[in-house]
Write a protein that binds this ligand. Structure first.
Ligand SMILES: [Zn+2]
Length: 468
């Protein structure tokens, strides 16, 4: 439902970034740092060019912070002036997903075009703007003589889009070995959406506190094959089709997890009309709420482990019985469920001993979900300062981010960036015509800068007493 933003939170409250700042991001977008499933096929020269660009653009960062490389991944340590503990681990990733339809882009995806309003290119939102914004903020803080009281780490992976095995995993292990435990772990995930949530007039910041798990289950059937003139009652393909149908029509149960209950509770105060009334029932009638949420794909993903049959194959010729058939079903696992529970569920609903079930590829359990504590309040306050007039809520990352590898290394984990995105912007992430407005980029930099200023003046996040 389209609606206008109230003028009080007008987007012009933050000044857009100037040309040199926009150009530094654009130059990073010109490095086609596409992650590769096979690490041997990674284009390391693109990462080398990005490395050179970052060193040249942020000389103070590279003179004063300790940088440790894990392949193309970068782990910076900014020592605090006090010897006690770690304030924050700020995550972002340098890699991007490939582009399969470059001719549909307004500007070539790796051209790094800057115009009056936007910085265009693959990675403009996801996630190079967050890498560069953090470095811009640290560089300017160093120039102004600011130092954090407690140590800050910046960790920029190079394979987030392919599960982080060579980047985030060893960087997190390094921090674990060093005994790091931070107040705040900050990564990509939630943003500020405008005109996306029906019934809410103001932009909504979704500061996500954890993420769903991930598993792909392969269903396979092996048969003797033979001539298709005497097929018996069911071929391997028929058996697989039945199994997929059973799984599709018997999803895992609906459940209102504490973080989603909290999210709804916070939205209730800003949601108008019947939906607002409905949210008032979240605590007394959770099953009613989950049933309503299950009717839309975006909200259904918040209240259950989702089931998506994505691949099916089998058979070679029209007149030959298939000896093999298989299907892949992708699950995004709600906290409280597990990879093993997904597998058990598949066996139970298919109830066919001839169908084999295997978890294939990378599987991850759902993350632990931290309660919104003082570090959450800090992030929320900074978001409100950067984009006045927003509502703030919590949430759960529906996909997977590098932060799951660091989850045990911080008291509070927040997946959030203070950029205001509409439906079109959201669709451009991993899609066509990815771009970030100069105003949004300025918000990202200002947010990082204020976070650093906070850590330069205050040791530990305090409860703000804000209406969070
Ligand atoms: Zn990303």
């Amino acid at each position: 439902m389209p609606m206008n933003l109230p003028t009080r939170s007008d987007a012009t409250m933050t000044q857009p970034v100037d040309d040199p700042t926009a150009e530094r991001l654009a130059a990073a977008l010109r490095c086609a740092t596409v992650s590769a499933d096979d690490p041997h096929r990674l284009d390391t020269t693109a990462f080398d060019r990005l490395d050179a660009h970052l060193r040249q653009s942020f000389p103070l960062v590279h003179a004063e912070l300790e940088l440790r490389r894990f392949g193309p991944s970068r782990l910076y340590r900014w020592p605090g002036t006090e010897p006690t503990g770690v304030a924050a681990i700020l995550l972002a990733h340098q890699d991007v997903v490939p582009v399969d339809d470059p001719q549909r882009w307004t500007h070539p995806p790796f051209a790094g075009v800057v115009d009056d309003e936007y910085i265009w290119g693959r990675g403009a939102i996801d996630d190079k703007s967050r890498v560069l914004a953090a470095l811009e903020a640290v560089e300017s803080a160093l120039a102004d003589g600011l130092r954090p009281r407690r140590t800050i780490y910046l960790a920029f992976g190079h394979d987030e889009e392919v599960f982080g095995g060579d980047g985030a995993v060893p960087m997190a292990e390094h921090l674990r070995q060093a005994g790091v435990y931070a107040d705040l772990l900050l990564d990509e995930g939630g943003v500020i959406t405008a005109d996306v949530i029906e019934g809410v007039r103001q932009p909504v910041a979704t500061i996500m506190l954890g993420e769903k798990g991930y598993a792909t289950v392969r269903l396979s059937v092996t048969d003797t094959g033979g001539h298709s003139s005497m097929p018996g009652t069911q071929t391997a393909i028929g058996r697989i089709a039945r199994a997929v149908h059973r799984i599709q029509t018997h999803p895992m149960p609906l459940r209102l997890t504490p973080v989603i209950a909290d999210m709804l509770h916070r939205l209730r105060t800003v949601m108008h009309g019947p939906r607002g009334h409905l949210l008032g029932l979240a605590r007394i009638a959770p099953s009613l709420i989950t049933r309503v949420m299950a009717t839309q794909p975006q909200t259904a993903a918040l209240v259950r482990t989702t089931t998506a049959p994505t691949v099916i194959r089998g058979g070679v010729r029209a007149n030959v019985l298939p000896a093999q058939a298989e299907a892949l079903v992708n699950f995004r696992i709600l906290p409280g469920d597990s990879v093993a529970a997904v597998l058990r569920h598949c066996r139970k609903v298919v109830r066919d001993p001839q169908v084999r079930f295997d978890v294939v590829g990378t599987a991850t359990e759902p993350s632990t979900v931290t309660a919104p504590g003082p570090a959450f309040d800090l992030v929320a306050d900074l978001a409100r300062a950067v984009v006045p007039g927003i509502a703030v809520t919590t949430g759960l990352v529906p996909g997977a981010t590098d932060s799951r590898h660091y989850a045990d290394l911080a008291l509070t984990r927040c997946n959030f960036a203070p950029v205001v995105l509409d439906e079109r912007d959201l669709a451009s992430i991993h899609g066509t015509d990815e771009r970030l407005s100069r105003v949004n980029y300025a918000r990202l930099i200002t947010f990082n800068r204020r976070l650093i200023e906070y850590f330069a003046t205050t040791g530990t996040p305090q409860t703000s007493g804000a209406d969070s």
